[in-house]
Design a protein around this ligand. Structure first.
Ligand code: ADP
Ligand code: MG
Length: 351
């Protein structure tokens, strides 16, 4: 009998490996924007602006006024696993920056054309460099620059035909990108954000620096949201060492919406937590007669060792140590706030 020869195993070309990995890190235009904005925040920027063309497939441009990138580091800037934020594995325990794995910029060069313009403090001019497949294409060119860094991604997924087609056939990512910037803007209220389509005269999102969280919410989500919010906070004060604290704003009984908006930051990272969101929706349905879907902005602080940040970059969903206890504490805090506000309203209407 002529048995079939088993297929032979060979090593994949490094560029192929990197492109596959890059396609996982940068899943769609909005994921690239998130990485770029987080880099700008990590660089201590006070102003971040985003410009998008063709839903991000033609152009994504993020400009900031942060500390910039040293000239000497430009050659390795977009190589895989190059970072200024982490040196040894133990640092992961205490890492405060949003990035640390040095994969985002590299990934973008494998699935798009990347141009970086940057200037550091005390320099008379900036530098511009372009990158492909992790490599700087030529010596950085001197150029005019004001402060900070501008990163431009052109022709995202130019070499991934299937991905490009799928994205072109679905609704474009611009609304998702604008929504992302709104979320960052209300948490980082000391940073001014803007987001607009390329060629548009006015930005669709524009936040001003403010010390009031409520003002920040008003400036991006509008008066109709801001006037129907209640301040909320909670912590586990029972134990001598506080392990958890939460503060934020939740919508009251006058607020009406078809979809829940939940803006959640855990240790200043923008994340999603389906279990917490559902738990809060349950409280609203049970407490308010005309159950509207809520608006929630919530910032949770936990000891760093209670949150594992070393999950895949695209996994925004987190699970926490003692998640059930935390969720119950938040549920009861929300329930009592809602009851109070609803009762005072009923009282007000009767008199
Ligand atoms: P990570 O953020 O995980 O370190 P990235 O690939 O996102 O990896 O970025 C690589 C490095 O490039 C960062 O560690 C940082 O030093 C530098 N960098 C990227 N974007 C900026 C920026 N906007 N301003 C200053 N430095 C930046
Ligand atoms: Mg990063």
């Amino acid at each position: 009998t002529n048995q079939m020869e088993p297929p032979r195993i060979h090593r994949l070309d490094q560029t192929v490996v990197n492109r596959i990995a890059a396609g996982e890190v940068v899943q769609r235009p909005v994921s690239a924007v998130k990485e770029l904005v987080e880099n700008s925040l990590d660089a201590d920027s006070t102003s971040i602006s985003v410009v998008v063309k063709d839903g991000g497939l033609k152009l994504i441009q993020v400009s900031d006024d942060g500390h910039g990138i040293p000239y000497e580091d430009l050659p390795i800037l977009c190589e895989r696993h190059t970072t200024s934020k982490l040196s040894k594995f133990e640092d992961l325990q205490s890492v405060k920056s949003m990035g640390f794995r040095g994969e985002a910029l590299a990934s973008m060069t494998y699935v798009g054309h990347v141009t970086v313009t940057t200037i550091t403090k005390g320099q008379l001019h900036g530098y511009r460099a372009t990158y492909r497949d992790g490599i700087m294409e030529h010596e950085p060119k001197a150029c005019a620059a004001v402060k900070g860094t501008q990163i431009m991604i052109e022709n995202l997924f130019y070499n991934m035909t299937a991905r490009r087609k799928t994205l072109q056939n679905s609704a474009d990512d611009y609304p998702k990108i604008a929504d992302l910037i709104c979320r960052f803007a209300i948490h980082h209220s000391s940073v001014s954000f803007s987001c607009r389509k390329h060629g548009a005269a006015r930005p669709d999102v524009h936040s001003v620096v403010t010390s009031s969280r409520l003002d920040a919410i008003r400036s991006v989500y509008g008066v109709s949201v801001a006037r129907n919010l209640i301040k909320i906070d909670a912590s586990d004060s029972d134990s001598s060492n506080s392990v958890f604290s939460m503060d934020g704003f939740i919508s009251n009984s006058n607020y009406i919406a078809k979809k829940t908006i939940m803006v959640l930051f855990i240790n200043d990272r923008l994340v999603e937590c389906g279990a917490l969101k559902r738990a809060i929706e349950i409280v609203y349905t049970a407490t308010l007669p005309k159950a509207s879907k809520p608006f929630i902005y919530m910032s949770i602080k936990l000891p760093t060792e209670h949150v594992d940040v070393n999950i895949h970059p695209t996994k925004r969903e987190v699970s926490l140590l003692n998640q059930e206890v935390i969720i119950e504490t938040i549920q009861s805090a929300i329930e009592s706030k809602l009851r109070n506000s609803n009762e005072s309203r009923t009282f007000h209407e009767q008199t």
